[in-house]
Design a protein around this ligand. Sequence first.
Ligand code: ZN
Ligand code: FE
Length: 258
Amino acid sequence: MSAMLKVLQLPVLDDNYIYLIHDPASGATAVVDPALADPVQDALNRHGWQLTYIFNTHHHSDHTGGNLTLKQRTGCKIIASRDDKARIPGLDTGVQDGDTLLLGEHPVEIMATPGHTLHHIVYYFPHDNLLFCGDTLFAMGCGRLFEGSARQMWESLQKIKRLPPQTQIYCAHEYTQANARFALSVDPLNPALQQRAEETVRLRGKHLPTVPSDLQTELATNPFLRESDPALQASIGLSGKPQVEVFTHLRQLKDAFV
Ligand code: ZN
Ligand code: FE
């Protein structure tokens, strides 16, 4: 049995989260989506950790902006989709769906989740019940479709849905409060959602993070995982329609929501 991983959450820019994952047994440390180098460097120094890996979920600059500086300063290896070589600064090791890496003795499974971008990947720690999902799944929301189709994003979310319900969901943005407002507009009678929306307002009122959540909570409250729910379907006038059609409409409604 390997010891527990430590996860450190760094709020940066307007609403991004950078995550440091440290394995005390081996000393291995990864950072997920370093938008900036300095806050990561400060955290490493504070804890006396050495950076082993950068794990990028996708190429956007608010997820890769610190890549080259951190690589230069620490000699870490940069991991990202092998299909995004041209857009990931400093990529060392290209990975694809189904690959498994190790952080110390902790397996890390790569899942391809196209939709937000075509080569978006997520990092799943099956022994530790952790998912680092970048801009694919958010608390009560999902990523915008910049490159992929609604069907691709829906299929990506189906993969995440099949993970164990206790999986901790570490997404890359604090969008929760705005997501809750949209969720209530399409699923207004859902008591679990009503309760979570209130809790979100309370936490954000104190500037506290609402992330991570867990998959069970998302399944109960996130409209983008609830496209088969009869009450939600009825509330947007799509009762009995195929799930992918309901999902596509939800994504369009969210894009137009103010
Ligand atoms: Zn993005
Ligand atoms: Fe982002």
